[in-house]
Design a protein around this ligand. Sequence first.
Ligand code: HPA
Length: 284
Amino acid sequence: MVIKMNNQPFFTLEQIDEVAAAVRAGTKYQPKVALILGSGLGGLADSIQNPDIIPFQDLPNWPLSTAPGHAGRLVIGQLENQTVMVMQGRNHFYEGYSMSQVTLPIRVMQRMGIEILVVTNAAGAINPDYNPGDLMLITDNLNLVAMMGFNPLIGPNLDELGPRFPDMSQSYDRKLGELARQAAKETGLELREGVYAGLSGPSFESPADLRFLRAIGADAVGMSTVPEVIVARHGGTRVLGISGISNKANLDGDTPTSHEEVLEAGTHMVPKLVKILRSVLRKI
Ligand code: HPA
């Protein structure tokens, strides 16, 4: 039974634990690190060795991925010297899921004892210096959907997991960010740094939206990640965030943006992202 308040379903700890138990039953591993793969970045899961694979539809309460380019399964296994749980595909607010559903996987990770969450996403470049194919370390985010009243922590607070009013002054872990910088240096890859603006989508931004986002300090824009990061921080999970820049945001209104272009750019970024993440995992 799902509790509904303001027509939003909220999960109880028991429901979350039911999902965590189903994941545990489907794998011999006890991962400490989780990775969420964004649009077009699912290929990274192919690097996982000896994986246990759990389709989302085998898990109770788990929302199914409907977005093209999101496989919709957990891949749990070894990457470098770490045991990792990879979410190949994620759920978005624009699919019609509630914020509690979008962030249920993070709660499950927390109940499974996962300590570090690596979030990746495809994003449009607002910073004019960025180009498609660039990787950007997320140093902070603009929480626009939550500012408009859709904060994933709205609803009964799960006191066992975190406080009613959690701090968000360091959403993205500084030590993990430093490891990513070192990893980029060692692998000879350029890693941009900037602020990710989280919108609901699914429509891409208008030129006026983009000029606004640029004025308020966004470097990249996307339709995910921020709700997951808020819930991760609420529960004390450390977060590393990396955006794959898939397109230049269209501030002048001359070039349309398409999801196909986003997915296509993602496949080219996977090898770079794998290099950096492998190196980060070796350092954790
Ligand atoms: N806007 C929003 N989300 C996105 C974009 C974009 O330009 N590119 C990839 N995800």
